[in-house]
Ligand binder design. Structure first.
Ligand SMILES: Cc1cc2nc3c(=O)[nH]c(=O)nc-3n(C[C@H](O)[C@H](O)[C@H](O)COP(=O)(O)OP(=O)(O)OC[C@H]3O[C@@H](n4cnc5c(N)ncnc54)[C@H](O)[C@@H]3O)c2cc1C
Length: 394
């Protein structure tokens, strides 16, 4: 019987557990998590923040789910040390576990930009259910919550907190919302719709300092402007968790470096999800965690049998009432690409398809789910389309 260790209990880890259990029933797995809860999908933390669901509603797989795959879940037992030479790990419970193969799927952590005073009480980040519970509690005792970050997470947090009874202001350091998903024209359409929904958003405010004695009183920008607030949530991106891997001697850059089999620089040691770096890129999205979790699992059983060829990045924003999908190449600079755009300011819709040689390679669909699904289908199938390209949006 092979003994496998899985460090982490997020999307990449549970994808691997399922795949491994299905492939070989003789495998025994130990899954280590530093969280107190069994598996929950991280995007649904937003529903909890909005007060729509309880913690229990969010737990998707109980410990019994793991048992069906011959996996044992160790909650609140983070792995502190990996010894890849002796193929063993040590947890905070001071237990040593030997393994034949290991998967490191430890995710990422919120990145905090260099803001003076970001260590004050009432400055938060959001990554776990525990973070969400702390923020929700803070709503009851604060008057104005400032969200730093005009990306997907920042907007989702603002909408959720407004629903929960908060009074938010979201600030963006640049003049485009969701710069990783939208071009500036789409950002303007989105901004208008978010304002109509009652979200207060301030563009071009680069936060330099959190003001206040021990607690937050206001934020000051690099140009000396000031906004008042007594709670801050920083949503400015994530960085892969590499500390454990680095100390163990695994090759790391921004993330844990993996090859097309999701194997790290050490034989028998694999990595998947947010913590990885493949071909110089680290993502921080569910589709990559799903794909890499599966590829890692297959290669842990049959090395070389499955290759990772990359994931087409796609993002869907779930702010109340607004469907927004951004997929693949959405803002090309090269003249090899052709873009077709349709905007309806009154309806608040924005559609863009980016084509190369009559094939849709990316685009944006704001305000219409049907168009979003069509774009996704065209990108994933690579089906040839004929002129006029605007028919794509019909
Ligand atoms: C609020 C929120 C909303 C999101 N919404 C979306 C969305 O709409 N679409 C999308 O594509 N992505 C979204 N994401 C990002 C998405 O959740 C991540 O890409 C995904 O969870 C990555 O999965 P993972 O398994 O790699 O890492 P994670 O889900 O982070 O899981 C890693 C786990 O490992 C644990 N761990 C870390 N170190 C150790 C250790 N030493 N020992 C034991 N355990 C350890 C961590 O605590 C964590 O439980 C969202 C993220 C957040 C926080």
């Amino acid at each position: 019987m092979k003994k496998l260790a899985i460090v982490g209990n997020g999307t990449a880890a549970i994808t691997a557990v399922r795949e491994l259990g299905r492939m070989d029933a003789t495998i025994a797995m130990d899954v280590f998590s530093d969280e107190p809860y069994s598996y929950y999908p991280r995007p649904r933390i937003i529903d909890f923040l909005a007060g729509d669901v309880s913690i229990q509603d969010l737990i998707q797989y109980s410990p019994e789910w793991y048992e069906q795959y011959n996996a044992h879940l160790h909650l609140e037992e983070p792995v502190k040390q990996l010894d890849v030479d002796s193929m063993s790990l040590k947890t905070t419970a001071k237990r040593y576990h030997g393994y034949d193969r290991i998967l490191v799927a430890v995710g990422s952590h919120p990145w905090i930009p260099p803001i003076h005073g970001a260590d004050k009480k009432n400055v938060h980040t959001l990554r776990t259910l525990r973070d969400a519970a702390t923020i929700r509690k803070g709503i009851e005792t604060t008057n104005r919550q400032i969200i730093i970050g005009g990306g997907i997470l920042g907007i989702e947090i603002a909408a959720a907190l407004e629903k929960y009874g908060g009074n938010t202001l979201t600030i963006s350091h640049i003049d485009t919302l969701l710069p990783k998903q939208l071009d500036s024209a789409a950002s303007s359409v989105l901004l208008k719709r978010l304002n109509q929904l009652g979200l207060n958003i301030l563009m071009n405010f680069e936060c330099k300092r959190v003001l206040g004695d021990k607690e937050v009183e206001a934020l000051e920008s690099t140009t000396g402007d000031r906004v008042e607030g007594d709670m801050v949530i920083i949503a400015t991106g994530v960085r892969p968790n590499i500390a454990l891997a680095k100390t163990a001697g695994l090759g790391c850059n921004r993330g844990i470096v993996v090859d097309a089999h999701m194997q790290t620089s050490e034989k028998g040691c694999f990595a998947a999800g947010d913590c990885t770096e493949w071909q110089g890129v680290s993502w921080g999205i569910i589709p990559v965690a799903l794909d890499t979790g599966k590829v890692a699992a297959r290669n842990m059983v049959d090395l070389g049998g499955t290759h990772y060829n990359g994931t087409t990045p796609r993002n869907t924003l779930k702010v109340a009432g607004i469907d927004l999908t951004s997929i693949g190449e959405f803002n090309p600079v090269s003249p090899k690409f052709e873009s077709v755009v349709q905007v309806d300011e009154k309806e608040g819709t924005y559609f863009k398809a980016v084509l190369k040689d009559h094939t849709v390679v990316g685009g944006i669909a704001l305000g219409n789910r049907k168009v979003a699904l069509k774009l996704q289908r065209l990108v994933s199938t690579g089906k040839r389309v004929e002129r006029p390209f605007s028919d794509i949006f019909e």
